[in-house]
Write a protein that binds this ligand. Structure first.
Ligand code: BJW
Ligand code: ZN
Length: 252
């Protein structure tokens, strides 16, 4: 079987399943032109995470960190979902119980039409005040453009991106939903994630412990590849449309 091929077992299990869960990471958005974190040329080759993606770095230099997120927000807004995102939205439409758990903050799954999306690490389109938690307005965000830190109009606290940094708790409701979907899933797909950041990386393994057939789709083997049932090596924008088409054909 060529590396980018998937098994008949996976296709028939997907076609029969009443509950499917999926975990996505930065790799699914790579073909939309959004750099991943850890691949060569990834976001953290140019920007050190420890300098930018934690609360201490933010408090030390809010303009730098806000500016980095403003830059990424504009990249995300200018790009489009790719065939991988659209294939998952199609799969959701033909499965009774479908949960898409994503570590991505780029909003592309929702833009591609996925509905039951669980955002584990937040969403880059949100910004809020670190003191009073009020959601920031466009106007408040404008300060960054002139080199000032964006501050809350109500209490003048710094405004931070609505994402989860290292050392921070993930949103409780999202984690609960993700764990429940993983425990209930008959098939679980782990797509475009290096599976090194916890607790997200543990979710496919939780699904496996609870009896799911777990497949990974990635251009390289991830940190959990040895523990899953099937690894499909290839770009998700190529593999997913073919896989979902095979599932639809079997269901017809
Ligand atoms: C393709 C492709 C193509 C490319 N097609 N594939 C247990 C054990 C050890 C450590 C911990 C643990 N529990 C918690 C920790 C600490 C920490 C952690 O995990 N550290 C590890 C690094 C060791 N976790 C946390 O701090 C988390 N919080 C937490 O656990 O709270 C409880 C707690 C509180 C206080 C103290 C202790 C515990 C929070 C984690 C937050 C992660 N945040 C970030 C930044 C978000 C904001 C932003 O975007 O700036 O989330 S980090 C970054 O990594 C981002 C991503 O969502 C996340 C995962 O990365 P991802 O998506 O996997 O991307 P890459 O680049 O790593 O991989 C891309 C993959 O795609 C590669 O495999 C490619 O091959 C592939 N690929 N092209 C298919 N076309
Ligand atoms: Zn405030």
């Amino acid at each position: 079987m060529p590396e980018s091929a998937f098994s008949d077992t996976l296709v028939s299990r997907l076609a029969r399943a009443r509950r499917i869960a999926v975990l996505t990471g930065a790799g699914i958005s790579a073909e939309s032109g959004i750099p991943t974190f850890r691949d060569p040329g990834g976001l953290w080759q140019q920007f050190k995470p420890e300098e930018l993606a934690n609360i201490r770095a933010f408090l030390r230099n809010p303009v730098l960190v806000q500016g980095w997120y403003t830059h990424r927000r504009s990249i995300a807004a200018e790009t489009q979902p790719n065939p991988g995102h659209y294939a998952l939205a199609k799969l959701e439409a033909i499965v009774p119980g479908f949960t898409l758990i994503t570590q991505n903050v780029d909003n592309l799954h929702l833009r591609a039409g996925s509905r039951n999306v669980v955002e584990l690490h937040g969403n880059i389109t949100h910004n809020y005040c670190i003191d009073c938690q009020k959601e920031a307005t466009e106007e408040e965000m404008h300060a960054i453009a002139v080199g000032e830190p964006a501050r809350c109009g109500d209490c003048s606290g710094y405004i931070r991106p609505g994402v989860v940094w290292f050392g921070e708790m993930l949103p409780e409701e999202a984690v609960d939903e993700a764990y429940e979907a993983a425990r209930d899933a008959e098939v679980f797909l782990s797509i475009g994630t290096s599976a090194v950041v916890y607790p997200a990386a543990g979710i496919p393994l939780l699904a496996k412990e609870h009896g799911a057939y777990v497949a990974e789709i990635n251009t390289e083997r991830s940190a959990i590849a040895d523990e899953v049932d099937e690894v499909i090596l290839g770009p998700s924008g190529d593999v997913l449309p073919r896989l979902i088409e095979a599932v639809r054909a079997l269901k017809r």
